[in-house]
Write a protein that binds this ligand. Structure first.
Ligand code: NIG
Length: 381
């Protein structure tokens, strides 16, 4: 069954040849984009959807979330809003609640947050383990994540469990835990930060993961400048996420690498950090992605639109840069070329805004603008 989506006021394709089209149309067939072009030239299809002048863009690619969790950290958030700093230590609260939850409870939480994200235009979501921190708990987190999310990442190196010996824990992650979890995930990540894992420990985890064929990602430079970015670039990680505090050398290293700088502005605001230096990264030539970092501690939102709005209003990104960062660059961060764009052959992941242009994402901050969503060619909202 093919669908013609026509009378598109503004079509963001993220395709270098097609660019941004006005008065456009697009045909979806068999889960893929089958045709894109000017509305008057569109071929016939089995069904027709009239976009009535609305903007259409690729679905959001949320390349960084932590959805396998249980429990609530409202009290920690309230304390932060009263001036208490964010530390990695809060992760332990969620680890306790996650270990105590049943598989069914964890799966229901993942499903609920993914449904919430999809209803706001997200069509590809990555999620991580990292609130289990034992082999059994990380394994079940990975299994649950892999059943529900598009991309799954092992983050056994999220925190040294309270009371554990750091070196012994790193050895466990690099050995038994990776052996158990690797078959269920595509990526491995490490929280390279003060209070979590230092450069040597992070390197050990990443090298052990790479030896098992996993792609690499790094949480780095979230709470201060540190070795995360340098390590990610050196080891050829697909992305280094957070990048809140960067030296000039970090910016330079990212600009001269294939590692995507994934910025998580909702997290920076929720933890009362500075916002990341997006302008410096873009001006230097780095690839910048935006993601929600949805988790119960540092960033409890699934809204990619909020990240785009913040990037434009507070990080000096243009609308075009921010939309690209939340779609195509997210796909690059996940090493995917089938999503994040709307050229012929792309997965038919489309987001129809209740607005004539993507500019309205920042021009009308906070207003829910999602009108319709297609994922893999199916209308899901
Ligand atoms: O990306 N930085 C480490 N991990 C998460 C926070 C997890 C938490 O506080 O529960 C993050 O912000």
């Amino acid at each position: 069954m093919s669908t013609l989506i026509t009378d598109i006021g503004e079509l963001t394709t993220n395709d270098p040849e097609l660019g941004r089209l006005t008065d456009a149309a697009l045909v979806v067939d068999d889960g893929r984009v089958a045709w894109v072009g000017a509305a008057p030239d569109a071929p016939a299809a089995d069904e027709r959807f009239d976009a009535a002048g609305r903007a259409v863009l690729p679905g959001w690619v949320d390349s960084h979330t932590h959805l396998v969790f249980a429990g609530d950290r409202t009290a920690e958030f309230e304390a932060r809003m009263s001036g208490k700093p964010y530390t990695a230590g809060g992760i332990a609260t969620t680890v306790d609640a996650t270990r105590a939850a049943s598989d069914a409870e964890l799966a229901a939480t993942v499903r609920r947050h993914i449904a919430e994200a999809v209803s706001q235009g997200t069509t590809c979501i990555e999620t991580k383990t990292g609130y289990g921190l034992t082999t059994a708990d990380e394994l079940r987190s990975a299994r649950i994540a892999a059943r529900h999310a598009d991309e799954t990442t092992f983050l056994g190196a999220h925190l040294v469990p309270p009371g554990a010996d750091a070196d012994a824990y790193v050895a466990l992650v690099c050995g038994e835990m990776l052996d158990a979890v690797a078959p269920h995930v595509r990526w491995a990540d490490v929280f390279c930060e003060q209070g979590a894992f230092d450069a040597d420990q992070s390197r050990a985890v990443l090298e052990a993961a790479a030896a098992r064929g996993l792609g690499l990602r790094v949480h780095g430079n979230q709470l201060g400048e540190g070795p995360g970015v340098r390590l990610a670039v050196e080891l050829g990680a697909a992305s280094v996420d957070h990048c809140t505090y960067l030296s000039a050398a970090d910016v330079d290293a990212l600009a001269n690498s294939g590692t995507v700088a994934t910025l998580l502005p909702a997290c920076d605001l929720s933890t009362r950090q500075s916002l990341p230096p997006a302008r410096a990264l873009l001006d230097a030539g780095a690839t910048v992605a935006l993601a929600s970092n949805c988790n119960p501690g540092s960033s409890y939102t699934t809204s990619m639109a909020y990240c785009v709005t913040t990037a434009v209003l507070q990080m000096r990104m243009t609308i075009e840069e921010a939309v690209h960062a939340a779609t195509k660059a997210g796909a690059i961060a996940l090493n995917r070329n089938d999503i994040g764009h709307l050229a012929v052959g792309a997965r038919a992941d489309l987001h129809v805004l209740d607005a004539p242009s993507t500019t309205h994402l920042a021009y009308r901050p906070g207003v829910p603008l999602t009108h319709a969503v297609w994922r893999k060619g199916e209308r899901v909202r």
